[in-house]
Design a protein around this ligand. Structure first.
Ligand code: SAJ
Length: 428
């Protein structure tokens, strides 16, 4: 496999393109966003991920990675475009069950259609985007086959990398490779073998789709379980964090962590693709989604209780990204908390050292020290290293040192004389 065209230069497509280009392939990276292309042409990378900028720069400099607005003929095409969810109103209009979002496949369909004019006999097309079961067989393959080109190989190889560890996981993780037939799976295995050191697990395309959804749904349901226990612990006077630590000493128990909800472009989204395929068979998955989506409102309730009696309280929201030490605010439960606090009429200060710009509605981003100085109550929504390192002295800047900690970032580090520390999931 020599020439590879990667469609979509986001969190997955860009690292994959750069990795292939630095492992002996001629790669064309394609993106429809002018802004993304301009930045890459200037040697800038629009995604903040350890090691990615130098890898992309090396790939561009070597000439093995080129960037363009549209595809060109190649030996293999990799589709790594987003599959967001269509919001509830539109989903209802499209016939989805009450309130269940459905997948927006428009980017996948456009990418497949963009490839068609360039297809040649024997080409391999790999879909990496996460999709509802049967999409490769029923949506993507038919578009490609309509080209009339003979001998096309088609596979679904879901990406499984964790933001924050993308480059290491791209190489080290095992890879599920689902072909529409055996030859397709084998051809895809050969392509990934140039840089993947993990196991290559061959299966059919629909199984690969379901495996990917199963992985993220497993995580979502287990986070929902932790969140439900957090609420129970508050009611029965227990600290859920201590209880989870103790339960996890059992050799077959692995509870995850409660928090302000589940965000990101995967775990808060992918379970809906399973629901879409079988709404009548997935009550557990649907409930888990709603439990996690209910957590921001619970955090707001904790704030309301904590500042009852304070006149016109000012609330500092510490951490806006969907998880620690990344700069991604997609589907972030922290932003939902901010919106709900504002809707309740609180004065809210936004603070996140990893975020450079926010839509105007969220207000101006403030440095931590300024936000603390102006606040009556600080809510930790993301456990960035900067917040885990906050000291009693930092909190003494506050008008009234009161911290609501939805991530267990400061447990055991603050005593009552330093600051009042209220922990989500603790009824103590
Ligand atoms: N979270 C909790 N409690 C936990 C773990 C996570 O509340 O115990 C929250 C996080 O704060 C965050 C959300 O869940 O808001 C998701 O974070 P994450 O670190 O669990 O996952 P992602 O979305 O960054 O990446 C996931 C990964 N999937 C799994 O671990 C099964 C990654 O391997 C996938 O490639 C990625 O989704 C994807 O693109 O699908």
């Amino acid at each position: 496999m020599e020439r590879i065209c990667v469609l979509g230069l986001g969190y997955v497509g860009l690292p994959t393109a750069a990795m292939l280009a630095t492992h002996g392939h001629e790669v064309l990276g394609v993106d429809v966003s002018r802004q993304v292309l301009d930045r890459l042409h200037n040697g800038e990378v629009h995604i903040h991920e350890a090691g990615l900028r130098s890898l992309v720069r090396a790939a561009l400099k070597s000439g093995h990675l080129r960037i363009a607005e549209g595809p060109e003929p190649a030996d293999a095409f990799i589709i790594a475009v987003p599959t967001p969810i269509v919001r509830e109103e539109q989903a209802l209009a499209e016939g989805a069950p009450q309130g269940s979002p459905v997948a927006d496949l428009s980017y996948v369909i456009s990418a497949a259609e963009a490839i068609v004019p360039h297809l040649q006999p024997g080409n391999l097309v790999i879909l990496e985007s996460t999709v509802p079961p049967r999409t490769t067989e029923d949506v993507v393959a038919p578009i490609l086959r309509r080209s009339g080109v003979r001998d096309l190989l088609v596979a679904h190889c879901p990406e499984r990398v964790l933001p924050g560890r993308i480059l290491a996981e791209l190489v080290g993780n095992s890879r599920v490779i689902g072909g529409v037939d055996q030859r397709s799976a084998e051809a895809a295995r050969e392509l990934y073998a140039s840089f993947v050191e993990g196991e290559m697990l061959l299966t059919d395309a629909t199984t690969a789709e379901l495996v990917k959804l199963m992985e993220n749904t497993h995580r979502d349901v287990n986070i929902a379980l932790a969140n439900e226990f957090a609420l129970v612990a508050e009611r029965v006077g227990v600290d859920v964090w201590e209880a989870i630590d103790l339960a996890n000493r059992h050799p077959r128990v692995k509870m995850l962590r409660p928090g302000p909800g589940v965000g990101g472009h995967c775990i808060a989204v992918d379970p809906w693709f399973v629901v879409q395929a079988a709404p009548d068979l997935t009550p557990l998955i649907q409930t888990a989604r709603r439990v996690n989506d209910g957590m921001p409102a619970h955090v707001v309730e904790l704030v309301r209780q904590a500042v009852a009696g304070v006149e016109r309280p000012v609330i500092a929201c510490l951490g806006l990204t969907y998880k620690a030490d990344v700069d991604d605010v997609r589907e972030s439960p922290a932003l939902r908390v901010l919106e709900l606090l504002k809707a309740e009429g609180f004065e809210v200060l936004a603070c996140d050292p990893h975020v450079r710009a926010l839509p105007e509605a969220y207000g101006r981003l403030l440095p931590v020290s300024e936000a603390l100085r102006r606040a009556d109550c600080a809510v930790i929504l993301t456990d960035h290293a900067e917040f885990r390192a906050l000291s009693p002295e930092d909190l003494r800047l506050m008008r009234r040192p009161l911290v609501i900690d939805s991530r267990c970032a400061l447990k055991g580090r603050l005593g009552t004389p330093d600051a009042e520390h209220r922990l989500l999931g603790s009824g103590r």
